[in-house]
Design a protein around this ligand. Sequence first.
Ligand SMILES: [Zn+2]
Length: 234
Amino acid sequence: MFNALVGSIALYGTEVRGWRNEERVDRVKKKYVKWILGLDRRTPNYILVEETKMRELRLEAMKRVIKYEEITRKTKRKIVMECIKELDTEGRESEENKKGKGKRRRKEKEECRKKIEESKYNKHYENIMTEEIPKYLRERRKKKDRNVIARYRCGNKMRGSQHWREDKERKCRVCKGGVEILMHVLKECEATRYETSIEEFLKEDGKSCELMKRIDRIREERRKEKEGVETGGK
Ligand SMILES: [Zn+2]
């Protein structure tokens, strides 16, 4: 799916297009790409935009992708319908508006980078972001694997940094010992620790996908065990 998206970007990359109501389309677009990649709704947009290089997405490309999604999966999902409706009602912006757009984009990029540097949600993103679209998104991959990698890279998988959660909810789901951050999961936690660096684990090539899935499996096992204890087998 994302391959189709990237293909469309390449196809329309040289054209300069815009939107009359850019902000509104942007919002829907972000929601849609989060859904496609299986990311939490609360994933900061500055991470989403950087990870997918979303600035490059064009309206036409989005339309194609949505139609593709619709046909291949015959989905009636609300978000897809919403997207199509929004995109259909949007036109291209006028010639005058195109000026100043480059300047605005550059400023947006700077602001985005600053937010990444200061991010509390994902302290590691600064060290793993890429110039191009990350390799794991460019390659052909199973949707499930691609989404696991995206979720780990974007910081969805570590509750320790999710500040809105209560303290007890931010503990490691496996050992209940430390706060659930990558340092704990990869270096300290008895069941999940592994000989790898955080940067290597989150690298754009997605080579640690199996390790990511292993952590997920262990978490899932622990969750089931806990459920079993709570119902007491009665
Ligand atoms: Zn642990």
